[in-house]
Each structure stands twice: as C-alpha cells, then as structure tokens.
Design a protein around this ligand. Structure first.
Ligand SMILES: Cc1cc2nc3c(=O)[nH]c(=O)nc-3n(C[C@H](O)[C@H](O)[C@H](O)COP(=O)(O)OP(=O)(O)OC[C@H]3O[C@@H](n4cnc5c(N)ncnc54)[C@H](O)[C@@H]3O)c2cc1C
Length: 607
C-alpha cells in the first residue's frame, strides 16, 4: 500500500492543482515539475527517513554536558532535506526558491511525515524564516531568513514558559534595551533578554551551524514595570551564536543555555528543551543577558507570531494525518497476513478447516475502513486548506479574501480534527495487531505515541475549540461560516444530481442545518460561559460535518473515475463516514444547543 496514488488523485483529479500554472507566479510549473518534486521527496523519505524511524525513537537525544548528541541518521536526513531545496520550495526565485505552490509543498512534505515524523524539524525552520520575510528588516532577512532557507541555520519558536503555555499573556521573559546605542545595531534594535522558555522543539543540537530562536518577551513600559496581558509582548531574534551583519559567526556564544532536555512520550527524534535566556552562563561582552534583535514593532510580537499560524497548523494537521495513515498501512498489511479464527456463519463451524486471515472478519474491516476514512479524508482536508493558502496568495482580490476567511474558520479543524481522529486511527491499528500491537516489536505503538502530541501543541484541543466557537464563527458577522456553508451547499447541489450520492447530500444538508442551529443556540444568551462550556463537543460536530463535506466532494470526483479497487475503496470510505460517523454529531450538538452545564457547574469538591 502506498500513499502516492491517493496524493495524486487528490492533487490532480480532485483539486486540479496543475491549473495553478495558469497563474503568473507558477507559470514555469506543470504536472511534470510537480511530479518531479513528489518523486524526489518520496525517494528521500524512503531512503533517509523511513529506515531510521525506530532508531530515533530508541536513541533519544542525549546531553553530554556540552553538546546534544543525535544519531548520525538524523544529521543525514536533515542534510538530504536541505539539499533537496524543500526548505525554500515555495519561496521566490530571487530568494533561491522554486516558486512552488504551497499545495505541492504540503503534499510533498507528507512523505517525510509518513516515513519518520520526528527525524526532521524543518517546519519550524520554515515557519521562522517565513515570519522574518514578512516582519523582518532587509538585514534580518538576509542574515537569518536566507541562511535558514539554505539550511545553514535552523529555527525555533520560543513562546511557552514553564508557568505559561496556553495563556501567553502570563509570560515573564523580559527584554530591555542594550545600551544607549541599542537602536543603531544593523541587525535590528538590540535588547538583552532574561527568562526561561519551556518545551522548545529543536532548541539545542549540532545539526546546523547556528540556531535562530524567535522569542516572545515583554518589554517594560515607561514605569519600568511589565505591561500585563498580551499588549506588552514583543518578538526578538536571539541567535545561539552571535553573527555579524554579513551572517558570519563572530565566534562569540550568545547567553542562551540548555537547562535540560524533556523526555517525551513520542516524537523523540526532535530534541525538546528548557532554555535559560540571559542567566550569565555565556556572558556577551562580559555581561549576562541574551542578545536579541527586535522584529517588527515593539508590543506587536504576538501579532507577528500568529502571522504564520495557518501554515503551522496545516503542518501539524498533516503530520497527524501521516501518522494515522502510517498505522493504517501497517495494520492493513498485518490483517492481510494474520490467520486467526473462522467465519461466523455455518462455514466456520468446521474446526478442520484452516483459519481465515483476520481481514476477512467484519469487525476488522470496520476498523480498517474507519482508519481509511479518517486518514484519507483528513489528508483531503489538509490539501484543500493548502490550496486555499495558494488562493490567498495568488487569487483575485475577492477570491483571496474569501480564502482568507475560509482559512480562519477551517484551520482550527485542520489542526484539531486529525489530531483527535488520526490518533483514534492509531489506536485501531494497535487493536488490529492484537497483543502484538501492544509490543515494541511492531511500529503501531510508536505511531500512537508520536501522534499523542498533536492534541497538545500548537494550541491544545480546548483552546482550538474556544477559538472556533468563541471567535472564528462569529468574526466579521459570521461571514466565514456563511462562506463555508456556501461551499458545502455547492457540493450538496452537485451530489444531488448523482443518484448514488443523493442520500448523502441530504444527510449533509441536515448536518449543516444542525451545526448552524447549535451555533445560534450556544450564543442565545450572549454569555461566553454558556456558549463555550461545550466548545469541544461543538468542534467535534463541526469537524465531522466538514469531513463529511470533504468526503462527499471527493466522492464526486471518485465517482467519475474508471471502475477499479481505488474507486470502490474511496466510495466505501465516504459511505462509512456518512453511516458510522456523521450521526454522532447529534449527541455532541445536543449539549451545545441546550448549553448543558453538567461539567461547567460541578463544584470542585464533587469530583
Ligand atoms: C513535545 C512538545 C513540543 C513543543 N514545542 C514547542 C515549541 O517549539 N515552542 C513553544 O513555544 N512551545 C512548544 N510546546 C508547548 C505547547 O505549545 C504547550 O504545551 C501548550 O501550549 C500547552 O501549554 P501547557 O503545557 O502549559 O499546558 P496548560 O496551558 O497548562 O494546559 C493544560 C490543560 O488545560 C487546558 N487549558 C488550559 N487553558 C485553558 C483554557 N483557557 N480553556 C480551556 N482549557 C484550558 C488545556 O487544554 C490543557 O489540556 C511544545 C509542547 C510539547 C509537549
């Protein structure tokens, strides 16, 4: 079983990505160049990533007191990725990029996630460099972003602190101007930072010449005190090693020290660190304080950071999808080969007959089809969102604005839905392996452990749900939700014309009406405490409705394809989703619509 036919079908038969070459930015591209990129990534993933997935899990990063040691395979995988040009795939030619559509970049990156999700941390480097391209000065772009795109430097995102994860308004890392001439530094206004950053992925390693930390810190107000809330937060580039304005290392180490490595449940190929900024371990010019250069304007740090959130969240969603699909492929292979038990009907009564393979049992088929419908459906959603990113960047002004709003509403789902349901897929993959699935002799337990991260980072499940129901569906007078409803209704209308799909189109119409009704009912009192008490069940129902829409739309393309196993499988996965999954939304929306307070009102001592 291979991912490639599914990716090809979604990109070419469903999303018609080659039509993007009609746009000026992508004029040099065609299906041929897209295929070449996908081929290259598939090959590197097969050769440099997949064989080492278990190794990076068992040989966790080690700190020898001076350096973080990673397996040689990690160094080679990272080098191969950088040499492929994928770090700057979507960038302008002048930046050394390929001007590839983001949809192709996202699809191509999927192969690496499938092969070994944690061996590389390129998403962070790209996100970091992309942010600098938008908010950095020309010198910052040349010194930091370009050297990240060419693989010389790598990047991190330093938001979280030990006491402040979901609530960034409570961060205490502070930055003060460094000397009277602080504004005259060619690398940007120079500050000194002090504080601790927790959970920083790829925060320390020897994979690249330098590490570019993007750090959120508070700059004191005129009274010298930290400004409460998010208003006081600014964004800084804090390089691990000091550089000059030409990007050369000066030989001076910046005052950023590894306080410790976190020992994680999964995703162990990437180091995860507690970093101390400015505690004097590596004084610069004889002084404690990490040197940082301001990015953008003071007090606009969070706004700058959130600029790249859509793509980061599509990246997290895609990683969750790939882990879901990895488990699906492993359990499918196992189910085809494992003999166990006999059919439930009369044919199974004869013990002298050989056992059947477990794929012949209806319940195992159910678990396989569930994984297929979660994984392939979520992959379609991620690619749809990636296509919206391209629309936002290259569409007509009206189409670009629609894409922006649709992304606002869809990104909480693109991040959270695969994090929850592709994790469930991994659990089913373990179940299909029986006792063997619960051992480390088979890969499925690692997929589950790796995937368990995705509901936690990049905004936890609860935070995403609050964002969806508390902000996204309301913003700009609900225009994003209306746009989405318009797209869903467009699919429903087309599916109504196809007898085989008409009943599903009806079911989707009803689901959409239920979600619309629940959104209004949740906000009927106008009280956030009423509306948001059941934000996660709302997000689950919203997500299932979105996935049903995606599946119906995919089915319209599948329906046109020639007869064969792929067509049969896609239509069956769509039917599975409508018969086994979509009906669940009734229970989720019931507590939303009635603004049920069973959980929210329970006093602490009753737990
Ligand atoms: C492996 C890993 C890698 C990471 N990489 C990075 C990184 O590179 N850079 C970085 O800056 N951070 C990173 N993080 C941090 C991650 O973003 C945080 O863990 C996350 O934001 C949650 O913060 P927290 O752990 O402090 O949990 P808390 O914020 O304490 O939350 C604990 C629980 O309470 C719930 N909760 C909290 N507040 C609310 C609320 N207002 N409403 C409803 N529920 C709430 C949450 O949903 C959560 O389940 C990483 C984390 C991990 C585990």
């Amino acid at each position: 079983m291979s991912l490639r036919p599914t990716v090809d079908f979604l990109l070419y038969d469903w999303l018609d990505v080659p039509s993007l070459s009609e746009r000026e930015r992508f004029a040099d591209h065609s299906r041929e160049t897209f295929d070449a990129v996908l081929d290259t990534c598939e090959r590197i993933a097969r050769e440099k990533y997949a064989p080492f997935n278990r190794l990076v899990d068992t040989q966790e990063p080690q700190f020898d007191g001076e350096k973080v040691i990673l397996p040689q395979a990690t160094h080679e995988a990272n080098r191969a990725y950088a040499e492929s040009g994928m770090l700057s795939a979507a960038q302008d030619y002048e930046e050394g990029g390929m001007q590839l559509p983001y949809t192709i970049e996202a699809a191509a990156n999927g192969f690496f996630g499938l092969a070994s999700v944690s061996i590389g941390s390129s998403l962070l480097t790209k996100g970091n460099a992309n942010l600098l391209l938008v908010h950095g000065t020309e010198v910052q772009k040349a010194v930091f972003a370009r050297n990240e795109f060419n693989g010389r430097f790598s990047g991190t995102m330093c938001l979280s602190e030990p006491q402040a994860g979901s609530s960034l308004s409570d961060i205490t890392t502070r930055a003060v101007p460094d000397g009277a001439d602080f504004e005259a530094d060619p690398l940007g206004a120079r500050y000194r930072l002090k504080g601790n950053k927790m959970w920083i992925s790829a925060g320390e390693h020897e994979l690249t010449e330098n590490i570019v930390h993007l750090v959120l810190a508070k700059t004191p107000g005129p009274d010298g005190k930290l400004i409460p809330g998010t208003r006081g937060i600014s964004l800084f580039i804090v390089p691990k090693k000091m550089v000059d304005a030409q990007g050369q290392l000066t030989g001076v180490r910046n005052d950023v020290a590894l306080a410790g490595l976190n020992h994680k449940l999964g995703w162990r190929g990437t180091t995860n660190t507690l970093l101390n900024f400015g505690e004097g371990k590596f004084p610069v010019n004889g002084e404690a304080g990490a040197v940082g250069y301001l990015v953008g304007r003071p007090h606009e740090g969070l706004r700058c950071m959130f600029h790249m959130m859509n793509e980061a969240r599509i990246g997290v969603g895609t990683a969750a999808v790939m882990l879901g699909l990895a488990g699906y492929y492993a359990s499918l292979d196992y189910a085809k080969n494992r003999p166990q038990g006999r059919p439930v009907g009369p044919a199974g009564k004869d013990p002298t007959q050989p056992p059947v393979r477990i794929i012949e049992h209806a319940d195992v088929k159910r678990m396989l089809l569930a994984q297929k419908s979660y994984g392939e459906g979520a992959l379609a959603l991620e690619l749809y969102c990636a296509r919206l990113v391209d629309e936002q960047h290259t569409g007509t002004p009206e189409a670009a604005d629609d894409a922006r709003l649709l992304l606002e509403v869809l990104t909480p789902i693109a991040k959270s839905w695969p994090s929850e349901w592709c994790l469930e897929a991994n659990s089913l993959a373990i179940q299909i392996h029986g006792g063997y699935g619960y051992t480390r002799d088979f890969p499925v337990e690692q997929y589950w452990r790796d995937n368990r991260l995705n509901m936690i980072h990049e905004g936890t499940h609860g935070i995403q749900a609050t964002d969806l129901l508390g902000r996204k569906v309301l913003m700009e007078n609900g225009k994003g939700l209306q746009l989405l409803a318009g797209r869903i209704n467009g699919t429903i209308e087309r599916a109504m014309q196809v007898p085989e799909l008409a009943a599903h189109a009806n079911a989707l119409g009803q689901a959409l009406a239920q979600v619309g009704g629940a959104t209004k009912a949740a906000w009927a009192t106008g009280e956030p405490t009423d509306a948001l008490a059941n934000a996660v069940p709302y997000m689950q129902a919203f997500g299932h409705t979105v996935l049903a829409w995606i599946w119906l739309d995919v089915a319209l393309s599948a329906h046109m394809a020639t007869e064969g196993a792929a067509r049969t499988g896609r239509l069956a996965a769509m039917r599975f989703f409508f018969h086994y999954e979509l009906p669940k939304i009734g229970a989720w929306l019931q507590v939303v619509s009635s603004r049920d307070q069973t959980c929210a009102s329970l006093p602490e001592e009753a737990f």
